[in-house]
Design a protein around this ligand. Structure first.
Ligand code: S3P
Length: 181
């Protein structure tokens, strides 16, 4: 199953890139956070507030399993998705994982502009956010770095990316054909 799966720290532009990529590659798009909140009937911050992070992580895993069973999609994942349970392993088996990579300083700046709707980063000033991003990125990098492709966050040319992905998909298909022959 060849899903195109975007992973990376919050604020790295997974959803924005995912929408454009899905048009380019003519594949349906799904954002795991949106999928969960539509299913549960409330927003991600509400789930964190009423049920806690552990409950959210379980819902996130269930959503991933359900989405990966579908026909190939471009999938934008929540920033913590690869770092819990065996999610990263599942994603690697199900398609091409792409890590949108950025330096902590840059992520802090992006998050300062948009952290209101993110329960983990809301209500932090620049200094607190900077320490938080630095620490969390250190913990998460070993998961993110298992991705099959790395791209600069917010810097990837979608046209170039679409061509690279098509080549990668063709290569994988070819490998599949050889293996099944
Ligand atoms: C989270 C990132 C969020 C969302 C939730 C937890 C995280 O998604 O899944 O708030 O643990 O990094 P984005 O990466 O789209 O902000």
């Amino acid at each position: 199953m060849n899903h195109i799966i975007l992973i990376g720290f919050p604020g790295s532009g997974k959803s924005a890139l995912g929408v454009v990529l899905s048009h380019k590659l003519n594949l349906p798009f799904v954002d795991t956070d949106l999928f969960i909140s539509q299913k549960v009937g409330c927003s991600i911050p509400e789930i964190f507030k009423t049920e806690g992070e552990n409950a959210f992580r379980l819902k996130e895993k269930e959503a991933l399993v359900e989405i990966l069973k579908k026909e190939p999609h471009v999938i934008a994942t929540g920033g913590g998705m690869p770092c819990f349970f065996s999610n990263m392993e599942l994603m690697k088996k199900a398609g091409i994982t792409i890590y949108l990579k950025a330096e902590p300083e840059q992520l802090t700046e992006w998050l300062l502009k948009s952290s209101g709707n993110r329960p983990l980063t809301a209500h932090k000033n620049r200094e607190e956010l900077s320490v938080f991003v630095d620490n969390l990125l250190k913990q998460r990098a070993p998961y993110y770095e298992q991705a099959s492709l790395f791209l600069p966050a917010h810097g990837a040319s979608v046209d170039v990316l679409a061509v690279t992905l098509k080549e990668e998909l063709d290569r994988l298909k070819l490998k599949g054909d050889i293996l099944t022959d």
